[in-house]
Design a protein around this ligand. Structure first.
Ligand SMILES: [Zn+2]
Length: 99
């Protein structure tokens, strides 16, 4: 039995679909089910929410802001909705634009 890779892999689309006219067009592939449809993946990270302390209310309760600032994420990974598994990001070749 062949062992499965531990994380998502970056491939050129031409490796999956040889007739694709744009051979450098990258795709992600789930290491568990081989799904290569990026619209079925979520980018997941653990974040810390920072909330301001407003003080104490008249009845002695700590008053914490309902609004929060989100810190930088950690433990970044991808979740595949086709199989439900999550795996580490591919190393090296993946470039990310945040919008
Ligand atoms: Zn999958």
């Amino acid at each position: 039995m062949a062992s499965r890779p531990s994380g998502f892999e970056m491939r050129n689309k031409s490796e999956l679909e040889p007739e694709t006219p744009e051979p450098e067009n990258p795709v992600l592939q789930c290491p568990h089910c081989d799904n290569a449809d990026a619209s079925e993946f979520d980018y997941v990270e653990d974040v810390i929410a920072y909330r301001r302390i407003r003080g104490f209310s008249e009845n002695g309760h700590l008053v914490v802001s309902g609004q929060s600032d989100i810190g930088d994420g950690d433990n970044d990974r991808l979740v595949c909705h086709n199989c439900g598994n999550e795996s580490p990001l591919p190393g090296g070749r993946l470039q990310i634009d945040w919008d």
